[in-house]
Design a protein around this ligand. Structure first.
Ligand SMILES: Cc1cc2nc3c(=O)[nH]c(=O)nc-3n(C[C@H](O)[C@H](O)[C@H](O)COP(=O)(O)O)c2cc1C
Length: 161
């Protein structure tokens, strides 16, 4: 995946988002979504923030990603680095990996942050199964929070290596 490919996927959002009012916020466990975040940062010249969470082995995350009900009851602890003041930004490019039925750090970020009135570009990297449905569900939940989806980016992790 090159800068030109991503710019093509972003379409008109590139002009709208490259205006200094955009934050790139992402969670990445194994580095693929982070690669995408860095490419976007270069294209949009935007501030970049990383979501981190519990330091768990992959297999535990896999189990937790299959039990999203858990994270409706408990909050998965997250930190955003550097500290994010979301109200400084009109646009958010929000990155996450496709995880089972839910990515707990992403769910926590969505629960904790006010997105109403913002334009959002959800960007997702995935391994290769059931990713479109997952991505649509995330987009729906962003829209339910009063934000508009400005562009869609879903990329298979093998295209990022
Ligand atoms: C806990 C876990 C669950 C995953 N579940 C799926 C899945 O259901 N479908 C899929 O296509 N890929 C799945 N993957 C693969 C990731 O979506 C893919 O490797 C992604 O690019 C990882 O992004 P990251 O490197 O930014 O963490 C899973 C990976 C992990 C670690």
């Amino acid at each position: 995946m090159t800068e030109a490919d991503i710019t093509g996927l972003l379409g008109k959002a590139v002009e709208d988002f490259a205006d200094g009012k955009t934050a790139i916020v992402y969670f990445s466990l194994t580095g693929s979504t982070e690669k995408l975040a860095k490419l976007l940062q270069k294209i949009l010249q935007a501030d970049c923030y990383r979501i981190t969470s519990l330091n768990l082995p992959k297999f535990l995350w896999l189990i937790f990603s299959l039990l999203p009900i858990l994270w409706k009851i408990f909050n998965c602890p997250i930190r955003v680095e550097p500290a994010l003041e979301l109200n400084k930004y009109e646009n958010i490019a929000l990155g996450f990996p496709k995880w089972g039925f839910g990515c707990p750090p992403l769910l926590s970020f969505l629960k904790k942050n006010e997105l109403a009135g913002k334009r959002v570009i959800p960007f997702m990297s995935y391994g290769g199964w059931d990713y479109e449905r997952f991505y649509s569900r995330v987009c729906e939940s962003i829209e339910k929070r009063g934000a508009a989806i400005a562009a869609k980016i879903l990329i298979k992790r093998t295209r990022l290596s």
